[in-house]
Design a protein. Structure first.
Lengths: 188, 705
């Protein structure tokens, strides 16, 4: 097999060395206003983790395929690895660190401990932020792929609904039954 | 000191680090702070086999913020005996994705951009990455993991098969699987003079320390590996992986702390995977279903770099009685990354084949599959002749049958319809060895009434930190709130790996005995804790050498209900029940999580997961989480795990058997057997994908419907 090489020593075209474009961004993170200059290539996830020291949001794939990086952006759940930080100017971001009220755990956090809805804990911040966002979606009457009555503005979050709506958050430890139980308990 | 409190082992204590994990405060390797961290992004090889003819780092170095580009051209040689870890040691490429260079930069963005601009020239050679039956290069290895003979033989299996009233002769295949822990392999390396600290994601900090010391020619005392929280491993973080060496190399090259986290795509190349397997199983039985012959012959792959021979047929040496027996392994060294440990190596793929064949034998004999297994119970370990320390597979099958509602099951395949679904149920047995390895621990009492236990154990999500807290509390006779367990740091007393389901048994033995010693000391001191505390240490090496000869295994039974849509090929698993006999269960809550986690992986093994080799370019085609189907929440319905309490005095001070792996063993067979019961068709190649079901839809539609 002949694999073409991408240019060998000495023969390559040099790319011009340009300093990276940076942009000033003002963003509220867990209620605190942050003014930062971000590299335009940087994802929200990397800015949270590497610049703001908020390592709660996790990187499992960096490609929107696992949900470990889920945070709330203006109240909606998003994959922070798919959001360019430069686009969040004037937005509100909530990460898992922001779910706690002082020392009081969010009811989902408490239910996750009680139901053992995690093992290694690496998917957990994403599961929790996703669950918060999901409960808000359901409260607004948003349907899922398994909602029988699309006109229903208060879909009941039974196990099938929770499973479906939480399927963007992978858990390799396989805590799914406990995640569903914990969320179901809080959803009431 | 209170001594009359209730035992805390066996209870459902919440995970002691649970609060840290739900608040985002639990730090994983990549998340440790350090001043002036440099970011490292490796460059994977674009060919499967050949020689690097040139590395042009010019464009990469021109990216602002790039500090250096490492490759075999400039990296210092590394020592150590694992060729997968001697990165940048030569111009040879042994598999696609092997690290051939790395960029170190001020920011992650700069390093990632520059990594794409490192121009690597190759002289590619023809490669072979496909395992296939009767591969001309297949050979019998000297041993299979960890140290079993590759071939074992008892009696005359061919003659017995010739004489048997009923025979089964089938071949099953399993694809490659990737562990895919959610936390990518990551390391932050910090040098201080000739001392190295690595914050690393691994299954054993003592092991990682020893490897790093060997690689860099240091004394183990010069290296510290810190890993208090690890985002899953499933075997892939047992053997240290190249990112730890790369981080240390890079940090030394730029004179700053340096960190690397592998991309998900790159994890498919350099963090190990389970070998694909081709397994022929032949069973012979008399008319009543008593087996006279069992042959299990396995072909699997290894790499050209080093031999890794999975012990796939080994469970067939102990699972059932049969006077005539043959188990063999052959491996082929392909132009692939070296396969490695993945949850229940050996037992997981091997029991899939054996337990599927047992189901086929039950059908051939006209026997209930549980009854067939009961009839073939061995009184002692068939090959070694050793007595069982305890063996309760029959109890698991019987109790499980009652819980699952097995009684009255119509054995006829392909006859139950519910709308578009065909419905079936299946069962398989499960097993995993119960071993322990030497470890050391200290236990310390302080004047404030608290106790600190130290051991370089790992909690990769297993709940070991919590289990060890319970074990210590009981050994000390105090409530668990008064015990702090420190783990995940090679500066702590040396401990064995989290692997082989040996963690809690190994570490728990050391912790329990250190606590017993401490209590003796405290009693000797009249119960008074001196001002500066009092400590005891225990090393289990001698105890383990003196362990009596028993065949020690955990057992289980897996029950599955499946629904198959022959029109779309979709398969759902509405119910999965695992029943396990694994000694004493130390934590009812975390143990259940371990079992259902393993069963979930087994479900995915049956239906979803496979790593598809790229015949044309090497490596794997589906190397990300969009294309490699780790099960999602909606793939899993009702999974339950139960257990039978065992009182086995031949194990360890806790009377426990490991539980991290047995959950994945037998699950895929139970599901495959249920699919047969539902459809009347045997699918012998995993995973049972919709297209495979559809390919055989004419057979399904034509039978009994
Ligand atoms: S890290 Fe963002 S989805 Fe996986
Ligand atoms: S808890 Fe480990 S991946 Fe979900």
């Amino acid at each position: 097999m002949d694999v073409p090489s991408k240019g060998t020593a000495g023969g390559a075209q040099r790319t011009a060395a340009r300093p990276p474009a940076r942009t000033d961004v003002t963003v509220s993170v867990n209620g605190a206003v942050e003014r930062i200059k971000v590299d335009n290539r940087a994802s929200l996830l990397d800015v949270l983790r590497e610049r703001l020291g908020l390592t709660g949001a996790k990187k499992g794939c960096d490609h929107g395929q696992c949900g470990a990086c889920t945070v709330l952006l203006d109240g909606r759940r998003v994959n922070a690895c798919l959001i360019l930080a430069v686009t969040v100017d004037q937005a509100e971001v909530v990460t898992v660190e922001g779910l706690t009220d002082g020392t009081r755990l969010h009811p989902l956090q408490a239910a996750f401990i009680e139901r053992d809805a995690f093992q290694c804990g690496y998917c957990t911040p994403g599961q929790l932020c996703s669950a918060v966002g999901m409960l808000a979606e359901a409260a607004k009457g948003r349907a899922s792929a398994v909602t029988a009555d699309l006109a229903d503005d208060a879909p009941v979050l039974d196990e099938a609904e929770i499973r479906e709506r939480m399927s963007g958050n992978l858990c390799r430890c396989g805590a799914y039954p406990n995640i569903v139980a914990a969320i179901g308990e809080v959803a009431g | 000191m209170t001594t009359d409190i209730e035992r805390v082992t066996g209870t459902a204590l919440d995970r002691v680090e649970g609060r840290d994990k739900v608040t985002g405060l639990a730090r994983y390797a990549y998340e440790y702070p350090a001043d002036d961290i440099a970011y490292v992004v490796p460059v994977p090889a674009a060919i499967a086999r050949g020689t690097i003819t040139g590395i042009d780092p010019g464009d990469a170095l021109a990216v602002p913020g790039v500090l250096t580009v490492l490759s075999f051209r400039n990296a210092p040689p590394l020592a150590g005996n694992d060729p997968e870890l001697r990165i940048f040691s030569s111009d040879r490429v042994s598999y696609r994705g092997q690290m051939v260079a790395a960029v170190v930069a001020d920011t992650l963005e700069a390093a990632a951009e520059a990594a794409r601009l490192v121009h690597v020239g190759y002289d590619a050679e023809p490669h072979d990455v496909l395992l296939r039956p009767d591969h001309p290069e297949a050979y019998v290895p000297e041993k299979v993991n960890p140290s079993f003979p590759a071939v074992s033989e008892q009696g005359d299996v061919e003659a017995a098969l010739g004489d048997a009233a009923v025979t089964v002769d089938t071949t099953y295949t399993t694809p490659a699987y990737h562990n895919n822990a959610m936390e990518p392999h990551a390391t932050l390396a910090v040098w201080s003079g000739d001392r190295l600290t690595a914050y690393d994601s691994n299954q054993g900090s003592s092991t990682a320390r020893d490897m790093l010391a060997a690689a860099f020619g240091l004394e183990p005392g010069q290296v510290r590996v810190v890993s208090p929280h690890v985002g899953g491993g499933f075997g892939s973080k047992g053997t240290p992986r190249p990112q730890i060496v790369l981080a240390a190399l890079a940090a030394r090259a730029v004179g700053r702390p340096a960190k690397v986290a592998l991309t998900r795509q790159h994890m498919f190349a350099v963090t190990g995977y389970r070998t694909p397997s081709i397994q022929r199983v032949r069973l012979g039985a008399d008319a009543s279903g008593r087996m006279t012959a069992l042959a299990h012959e396995v072909e699997e792959q290894t790499s050209t770099l080093k031999e890794f021979a999975e012990q796939t047929a080994v469970p067939s040496r102990m699972m059932y009685a049969a006077p005539n027996r043959l188990t063999t392994h052959r491996v082929v060294a392909l132009d692939v990354a070296t396969p490695s440990w993945m949850r229940a190596p050996g037992e997981c793929p091997g029991m899939y084949a054996l337990e599927s064949a047992m189901d086929e034998l039950a059908v051939a004999c006209g026997l209930d599959p549980i009854e067939l297994r009961v009839r073939n119970e061995p009184e002692e370990d068939p090959e070694s002749g050793l007595p069982w320390s305890s063996r309760n597979v029959v109890a698991c099958l019987r109790e499980g049958a009652a819980w699952f509602g097995w009684a009255g099951r119509d054995p006829a395949p392909g006859v139950r319809r519910d709308g578009r679904w065909l419905v079936g149920t299946g069962v398989a047995a499960s097993t995993y060895p119960a071993r322990r390895r030497p470890s050391e621990a200290t236990a310390r009492a302080t004047a404030d009434g608290r106790f600190t236990v130290r051991i370089a154990a790992a909690d990769i999500g297993t709940g070991s930190r919590t289990a060890l807290t319970q074990i210590a509390a009981d050994a000390l006779g105090v409530p668990p709130e008064r015990v702090d367990v420190r783990i995940g740091d090679s500066a702590l007393p040396t401990a064995s790996l989290a692997g082989g389901s040996m963690g809690t048994a190994s570490w728990g033995s050391a912790v329990a005995m250190a606590c017993v010693r401490l209590r003796e000391r405290l009693d000797g001191a009249g119960g008074e804790v001196p001002e500066d505390g009092i400590e005891a240490r225990y090393d289990t090496a001698d105890d383990i050498k003196a362990d009596a000869a028993y065949a020690r295994h955990a057992f289980g039974a897996q029950f599955a209900e499946v629904r198959v849509d022959p029109g779309t090929g979709e398969i759902r698993v509405p119910r999965l029940l695992g029943v396990f006999a694994a000694g004493r269960i130390i934590n009812a809550k975390t143990a259940r999580s371990q079992f259902i986690g393993g069963m979930t992986m087994g479900l995915a093994m049956a239906l979803l997961e496979e790593s598809v080799p790229d015949a044309e370019f090497g490596g794997f085609l589906n190397h990300d989480l969009a294309q490699y189907h780790v099960p999602a929440n909606a793939d899993v319905a009702n999974i339950d795990a139960r257990w039978i309490e065992e009182d086995d005095p031949h194990l360890n001070p806790m009377g426990s058997k490991g539980i991290g792996e047995i959950g994945i063993v037998g699950t895929a067979a139970a599901i495959g057997n249920a699919v047969h019961h539902a459809t009347g068709v045997r699918f012998r190649d995993l995973p049972i994908r919709p297209d495979r079901v559809l390919d055989r839809a004419p057979q399904i539609g034509g039978r009994n419907l």
